[in-house]
Design a protein around this ligand. Structure first.
Ligand SMILES: Cc1ncc(C[n+]2csc(CCOP(=O)(O)OP(=O)(O)O)c2C)c(N)n1
Ligand SMILES: [Mg+2]
Length: 627
């Protein structure tokens, strides 16, 4: 037996994290590429001491905001197909709770991140310490308990030896393709500094194998029989296709059978945009190609999708009376959704097994031809919207067109909230499986720059284009500083339309006049509507100047030509560039044969709301149970 090693709990944790490795398909590498952190009491002398003591074990990255560092870790993990991530260490109290939104986003997107907040003294002797939550009824509560619902694994290390089972349990969840999400080990500050004789085996290199499990053959046979019997099958490619590196297997199946593919936000890039079977984005923010095929599909094969309301257009996307579902998913809960035949397994292995069973079968030539035609018609619509020739301020679709046309095939576009994700889902011509990175599970305003930083860290060879609205920018722009400090170049395109254009549009479409969604001075004592009627004067805000103040190289583009020039100029600059471009708040991309359920008041004196309610009721009647 090797002798035990006397270390503090924090030192043992850092040693342990640096020794964790992951392997899939024979490719092996370390799991934690580093550790983001902001220090305060609660981690500066515990984890902070351990990181400083042996900096070669785990690279430390300084961040500006704890939420942002969780987003950066999540962006990194998503870019690495969930086979790697970063740890995040924080102080106790607000440093810890700042991570809550990041944790929820990671868990909802099924992306592994390890959160290591400080916690109050396990000894309780100095209670209440600075920032401690005091509960008159529960001695064991701390603010870190509020992470329990948003973490896939949660523990508090009350004694140094407890680290051994807790760290191993955390790793199992982080490397599980079905369960990955945020994992928290809350670290009482006194315990971090306490020593223990840690078993040598605990500290040694450990390889976590990520397998490719298959569904049982009876289920595969049943699913193949359903596909063979279908006349209008449709594949919905979700994030699981990309995470499982199943794009090649999907491509082969599609080439052979001619089944068209619609993509979710996380699954966009599963097939290149110019493939004749590519119908593009599906659902509420989908293309007319995908949505028309979905409306008539008699069999939907969901691969690695959670079937969010955006994907199912709030359960209105599938209108065929007998539509059935086959669901390939590593997570059993997802495989069983919509009353589908559950193929619980790895996407790549399962698609290959299905392809074998479908040999000699293909969709009918008529159906394939119809889909190819829709594909071509959609591509024309994209070209039209890329080159609208819109008078006045640029239309957002033209901005996206310029970025798409001037970025390289392997470059990555990053986005999360506002009107840009929906427009990207429809319009972005994705050429590479990792070229489209939109966080749309939680659609977190503020993810964009922080997430982009994580993407760049995960793959520094690629150019990263962060598309961010002015609203999201104002929520979290500070990681521009981190990108400059770490020399991780981002090209940020800051689309300024005076506030929350997406929600303004949503509000107007539901009869509520865009209330409270535009950045304008108050007029007549109230925040006016957004219909151009009762607006106050513009605010004296200059976001380009703000970005410059944070150290970015800033280019102001006033129109599409200047944006194009700026994008070319940005390529030659080797530090973070922010291109500020104004956009027409009202020139949106239309919806194509789709709906998203957002409730409208059942009673109101407003004519506009009454009208919107009628429309809402018509759409609600189209919802299917799909159970
Ligand atoms: C943290 C957070 N708060 C609120 C929302 C709700 N929300 C979604 S989009 C949006 C407005 C986004 O504004 P901006 O970034 O300027 O994009 P635009 O809508 O103008 O395209 C809001 C408030 C959200 N998604 N995330
Ligand atoms: Mg905006």
């Amino acid at each position: 037996m090797k002798p035990a090693v006397r270390l503090t709990m924090a030192q043992a944790l850092v040693r342990f994290l640096s020794a964790q490795r992951v392997e899939r398909d024979g490719r092996e590498h370390r799991f934690f590429e580093g550790c983001f952190g902001i220090f305060g009491h609660g981690n500066v002398t515990g984890i902070g001491q351990a990181l400083a003591d042996q900096p070669e074990l785990l690279t430390y990255y300084q961040a500006r905001n704890e939420q942002a560092m969780v987003h950066a870790a999540a962006g990194f993990a998503k870019m690495r197909n969930r086979l790697g991530t970063l740890a995040c260490t924080t102080s106790i109290g607000p440093g810890a709770t700042n991570m809550l939104t990041g944790a929820a986003a990671a868990t909802i997107n099924r992306v592994p991140v390890l959160l290591l907040p400080g916690d109050v003294f396990a000894s309780r002797r100095p209670d209440p310490v600075l920032q401690q939550l005091e509960s008159p009824s529960r001695g064991e509560l701390s603010v870190n308990d509020c992470f329990k619902p948003v973490c896939r694994y949660w523990d508090r290390i009350q004694r140094p030896e407890q680290l051994v089972p807790a760290a191993l349990a955390a790793m199992r969840v982080l490397t599980s393709q079905a369960e990955a999400g945020a994992v928290m080990l809350a670290l009482p500050q006194d315990v971090q500094a306490e020593a223990f004789e840690y078993p040598a085996e605990f500290l040694e290199d450990r390889i976590w194998h990520v397998g490719r499990p298959l569904p049982d053959s009876a289920s595969l046979d049943g699913a193949a029989a359903l596909i063979r019997a279908s006349k209008r099958p449709l594949i919905i490619a979700g994030g699981g296709v990309i995470y499982a590196e199943a794009t090649g297997a999907l491509r082969q199946l599609v080439d052979r059978t001619g089944i068209p593919v619609g993509e979710t936000q996380a699954g966009k890039g599963s097939v290149p945009f110019d493939h004749p079977s590519a119908m593009g984005g599906i659902g509420a923010t989908g293309t007319f190609a995908a949505n028309r095929v979905a409306a008539q599909a008699d069999l939907v094969i969901g691969v690695g999708t959670r079937y969010s309301d955006f994907t199912t257009a709030s359960k209105t996307a599938f209108q065929d009376a007998g539509v059935r579902f086959v669901n390939v998913n590593i997570a059993e809960a997802d495989a069983h959704k919509l009353g589908g035949v559950a193929l619980t397994g790895d996407a790549r292995a399962t698609l290959e097994a299905l392809a074998e069973r479908l040999q000699g079968w293909a969709a009918s030539p008529d159906y394939r031809e119809r889909c190819t035609k829709l594909h071509a018609e959609w591509d024309e619509e994209v070209s039209r919207l890329y080159h609208l020739g819109h008078a006045g301020l640029p239309a957002q679709s033209e901005v996206l067109g310029a970025v798409n046309e001037l970025s390289g095939p392997r470059d990555v576009v990053v986005c999360a909230a506002g009107s840009i994700p929906g427009d990207l889902h429809k319009l972005w011509r994705t050429r590479d499986a990792k070229g489209y990175h939109v966080e749309y599970g939680y659609s977190t305003m503020g993810y964009e720059i922080a997430g982009g930083l994580g993407v760049k860290l995960a793959d520094p060879e690629r150019e990263v284009y962060v598309l961010v609205g002015d609203g999201s920018y104002l929520m979290m722009a500070q990681e521009l500083v981190t990108s400059i400090q770490e020399r991780l170049k981002l090209t940020v395109v800051l689309v300024d339309n005076e506030g929350y254009a997406s929600i303004g549009g949503l509000s107007r479409s539901k009869g509520t006049a865009g209330f409270g969604t535009r950045y304008r001075y108050r007029r007549d004592g109230s925040l006016g509507d957004d219909s151009g009627q009762r607006e106050g004067k513009p605010l004296p805000v200059d976001l380009a100047l703000n970005a410059q103040g944070l150290g970015a190289h800033v280019i102001r583009a006033r129109n599409i030509e200047e944006l194009r020039d700026a994008l070319v100029e940005a390529k030659a600059i080797d530090q973070t560039v922010v291109i500020h471009v104004p956009a027409d708040r009202y020139e949106g991309v239309p919806n194509y044969d789709s709906w998203w359920e957002v409730p409208v008041a059942e009673v109101s004196d407003s004519r506009d709301i009454q009208k919107a309610r009628k429309e809402h009721e018509r759409e609600m009647a189209r919802r299917r149970w799909l159970v």
